[in-house]
Every structure is written in C-alpha cells, then in structure tokens.
Design a protein around this ligand. Structure first.
Ligand code: DX5
Ligand code: ZN
Length: 212
C-alpha cells in the first residue's frame, strides 16, 4: 500500500502539534519534515529542535528531508532529535556514500534525493546504500507548486534497474495525479497543500490508500 507522508511545511506554524496530530489521526503513514537552509533552496525551514518536539508526539516515523548544502554538519543533530528517515540531496557534492553510511549506522533509514533536473545516474552508484530515493516532483523550496510530469519516468527507470527500496515523490501530488506515480513504482507520497487543504483528510488518505 502506498505510504502517505503529509508535509508539515503546509501546516500552521502556530499550531504544529495540532496539525501533526490531525494528519496522524487521519491515517498518515509518516510525517515529512522539510529542512531548508536558505542557500541550497531559497527558503528557511525547520530545525532539529522542531524534529525533537515532534518526535515526542509522533506515533509514525519522522521523514526528514534535508535541503541544505552541508548536511554532513547536521546529520547527528537530526538523528539525535529523532529522525527515522533522513534524506540528503545528490546535488551537494561531498562524500554522499559516507553520509548515507553514517545515517544507517545510527539506525535510521538513509535517503537520497534528486531535484527534477538531476538524472537517476546520480543515484545509481548509491543504490545499495540508500533505503529510499526521493525524486522531487517540483523544484525544492516551496509547497503549492505544480507536479513536473517528466519526473515520472525516473521512478520507472529506477524500478527497471532493480531498485527495491522506497521510492518517494515530493511536490505537487494530488488525488488526481497520484495513481500515475504509483503505476510507475512509487511507494511513498509526500503531500502538503492537497492534504492540509482537504476538508476531510482522513477520507482523502483512505481513498489514496485504495490506489495501490
Ligand atoms: C518542496 C517541499 C515539499 C512540499 C510539498 O520543497 O519539499 O515537501 O512541502 O508540498 P506540496 O504538496 O504543497 O507541493
Ligand atoms: Zn520535502
């Protein structure tokens, strides 16, 4: 069954606890936490302290997406805070392999993310070291953008090359386009705007779970 990971970037920052609980009560499988450093992307978002506090109320895994230039400096802080899945981007350079290993050695799932313009060749050398590959379906930085359809083939390509870990997509996912992603081999869908704007997120997640 497809896992649904609501992105707290779309939550009300004055009511993060309420909004996180609302999504868990609605049947969320994971909670997705975006971290932005105002350099890798032109936006700033959540710190390890936010992850630490969310961990105290979380009944599902915390899926932390590091959109930052030097994630190596912060891996331990996010792992100490309670990240269950910790994802770094391929575009940062640095020793990706060592960072993925470090995440795994600490008992978390290691994720590797690709921007829409980055081909899967950037991820192939690390397929055995990544528990999850995140294919961004929008340019990272902001919620509420439109899904880039050209990314769909990357998901199919990864599956055709035998990748059996989680494949996650992030950005612009709605009830109307999710089934196409699942057909390609998606296993985790990050959803911000669509879920947080839904009148009945529980009913929506119920329908999404039926899709595959
Ligand atoms: C984009 C973020 C996404 C975003 C998804 O950089 O990584 O998690 O919050 O939100 P929607 O579903 O609104 O595109
Ligand atoms: Zn994200």
């Amino acid at each position: 069954m497809i896992k649904i990971a609501p992105s707290i970037l779309a939550a009300d920052v004055l009511n993060l606890e309420r909004d996180a609980r609302r999504m868990m009560d609605a049947g969320a499988d994971w909670l997705h936490v975006d971290v932005m450093d105002a350099h890798f992307v032109h936006n700033l978002a959540y710190s390890p302290e936010v992850v630490r506090r969310l961990k105290q109320i979380a009944t599902v895994p915390l899926d932390v997406h590091l959109m930052m230039d030097q994630p190596g400096r912060y891996l331990d802080a996010f792992l100490d805070a309670g990240a269950d899945v910790l994802t770094i981007h391929t575009e940062i350079g640095g020793d990706i392999s060592a960072m993925l290993d470090r995440i795994r050695r600490r008992g978390a799932k290691a994720g590797l993310a690709l921007k829409p313009g980055t081909g899967i060749s950037a991820a192939l050398p690390f397929m055995d070291q990544a528990d999850l590959i995140l294919t961004m379906t929008v340019e990272p930085g902001f919620g509420g953008q439109k899904l880039n359809e050209t990314v769909l083939d990357k998901i199919a390509d990864l599956r055709n090359r035998g990748y059996e870990g989680e494949i996650e997509a992030d950005g612009g996912i709605k009830e109307t386009n999710l089934s196409r992603l699942i057909e390609k081999g998606l296993s985790v869908a990050v959803m911000g705007t669509a879920l947080y704007r839904a009148e009945e997120p529980g009913e929506m997640i119920g329908r999404l779970h039926q899709m595959g």
